[in-house]
Write a protein that binds this ligand. Structure first.
Ligand SMILES: Nc1ncnc2c1ncn2[C@@H]1O[C@H](COP(=O)(O)OP(=O)(O)OP(=O)(O)O)[C@@H](O)[C@H]1O
Ligand SMILES: [Mg+2]
Length: 243
């Protein structure tokens, strides 16, 4: 689905990404970890077709990412929810559908809210729901047009640990239903191990792939966090990040 060969990217003469080779399969949940400023967002923007001046080959479903972006088959969600405060929850989710002339936009948005058991907040104003829920609404909005890839740039970074846990469960349920390819940037090793099929650890100055770790245990529930395997993955990745 996503195929990256010898990708390098510089901003002027500052080399940020150096010889990145990566292969992401359809439906995989992949997390990107690396220290601040190493180039994670740059890599994500290239995959999403938002940056097109780079060296190397990047293909999404066999074509240039820009083609996928034009067809609106890529959903983005960034650190801040960026919802429109003058529209309620359901209308925020419907927005991309309305902008694309979709007729039954409210039906579709209601389905999305139901998927994460949040139909009760449909008519709430944005300022009435918590920051974490806003983030989830923003993810639902990015799903409105059924993108085949969802790009999440630190979506839960400003959310407390308990609420995060709840959002993780909802995200897992969502992923099991939609089976999209999800690429998520995070600074939380726990979050990455809990959610991902595969974790990519980047180095810094420039960013190269330090290691790709496959997470091999069945889809996640909170109890897995006491599992020996889980703990050893977390330890291993923390060590990699420190080294
Ligand atoms: N448009 C730009 N022009 C010049 N330099 C840039 C630009 N965007 C990013 N950079 C630089 O490239 C490097 C990588 O930035 P990027 O945002 O990709 O890192 P990141 O890993 O996402 O960081 P963070 O963890 O802080 O979000 C940084 O040094 C940043 O200052
Ligand atoms: Mg970033």
């Amino acid at each position: 689905m996503i195929d990256i060969k010898s990708l390098s990217k510089s901003y002027k003469d500052f080399l940020v990404l150096d010889d990145i080779n990566l292969d992401i399969k359809d439906g995989e949940f992949v997390s990107i970890l690396g220290s601040f400023g190493c180039g994670k967002t740059t890599l994500m923007k290239i995959i999403g077709g938002l940056i097109d001046d780079y060296q190397g080959i990047v293909k999404v479903n066999g074509v240039d990412p820009i083609e996928i972006l034009k067809k609106r088959k890529i959903g983005f969600c960034f650190q801040k929810a960026n919802l429109l405060p003058w529209k309620n929850v359901i209308k925020n989710i419907s927005l991309p559908l309305e902008l694309n002339g979709y007729k039954k936009s409210l039906n579709k948005s209601t389905k999305l809210l139901k998927m994460v058991e949040l139909e009760s907040i449909a008519l709430k104003n944005i300022w009435e729901i918590s920051g974490g829920t806003q983030q989830l609404v923003s993810i639902l909005r990015s799903l409105a047009l059924d993108p085949s890839i969802l790009l999440l740039d630190e979506p839960f970074s400003s959310i407390d640990e308990i609420s995060r846990g709840k959002l993780h469960s909802k995200l897992i349920r969502m992923h099991q239903k939609t089976k999209q390819t999800i690429i998520m940037i995070t600074h939380s090793v726990d979050e990455a191990v809990f959610l991902s099929d595969k974790i990519i650890v980047l180095t810094k100055n420039p960013a190269k792939i330090k290691k790709i770790i496959k997470i091999n245990f069945p889809k996640r529930s909170e109890t897995i966090k006491n599992n020996k395997n889980y703990i050893s993955y977390v330890k291993k990745i923390r060590t990699l990040l420190r080294g």
